[in-house]
Ligand binder design. Structure first.
Ligand code: MG
Length: 248
């Protein structure tokens, strides 16, 4: 069942979303060559707690970090570590925040220093795919209208969409129904209704869409070790355009 949230509940999710957005904005400024990813993780934790939120990924199913930091060929779920970011890296930062009883979740990918033209195109196409998905999150549309819009943008740019991770409903839990694949058939799936709150999150690869999980049990990398990018917003379905809850 896909839960419909009241305006009051959406207000709480928005508050969590504002903490996610301000933390992402802060990390964007600190994500420079030479910094360790665990330093970014510590900055994020401090910022989230300062705003009276809680870093929702910490200890989620045993995840060791406060946030996920995924470099280059890492698709999602990168664990913050002593690895230093260097010029030319692309870095995906995924943050979940719990505020009071409600959750919000968002991600960005940024290039550090001089990145390759292909990396630049990948980041641009993945962000564009997210917004194409959001534009289809309207009452009366079907769930996979979001999915197919994302897939179209990614594939028309010569990239592939990851199959094994998907977007999701969100609210009183980090992951609720429905699953939102980043591929699918336009005009199919459940009908979208006002009050649904969804985390839409395309993960797009330059090579194969296949991924594998490293021995740490978390880090998901592209099977061919080519680049991957990830953008995510938590949105609420409204009367017309969706409201993005994780932007400042
Ligand atoms: Mg998510």
């Amino acid at each position: 069942m896909i839960v419909l949230r009241s305006d009051e509940e959406i207000g709480s999710i928005r508050r969590a979303g504002q903490i996610v957005a301000s933390t992402l904005a802060k990390l964007k400024r600190f994500a420079r060559a030479g910094i360790e990813t665990k330093e970014l993780d510590a900055i994020a934790r401090e910022e989230i707690l300062k705003e009276n939120g809680y870093p929702a990924f910490k200890d989620y199913k045993g995840f060791p970090g406060n946030i996920c930091i995924s470099l280059n060929e890492v698709v999602v779920h990168g664990i913050p570590s002593a690895r230093r970011i260097k010029s030319g890296d692309i870095i995906s930062i995924d943050i979940g925040v719990k505020f009071k009883d409600y959750f919000a979740d968002a991600a960005i990918t940024i290039g550090v220093g001089q990145i390759s033209p292909e990396a630049g195109r990948l980041i641009e196409a993945t962000e564009k795919a997210l917004y194409a998905g959001v534009a289809n999150a309207r009452p009366g549309n079907r769930l996979y209208d979001i999915s197919s819009a994302i897939q179209n943008i990614a594939e028309s740019n010569g990239f592939s969409v990851v199959r094994s991770f998907v977007g999701h409903g969100i609210g009183l839990r980090l992951h609720e129904e429905p699953e939102i694949p980043n591929f699918g058939k336009q005009g199919s799936g459940p009908r979208l209704e006002k009050g649904m709150v969804l985390a839409i999150e395309p993960m797009v690869n330059t090579g194969t869409y296949e991924v594998e999980i490293l021995a740490d049990g978390w880090t998901a990398v592209t099977k061919d070790r080519k680049l991957s990018a990830h953008f995510e917003h938590t949105i609420a379905i409204r009367d017309g355009d969706a409201e993005i809850l994780t932007e400042l």
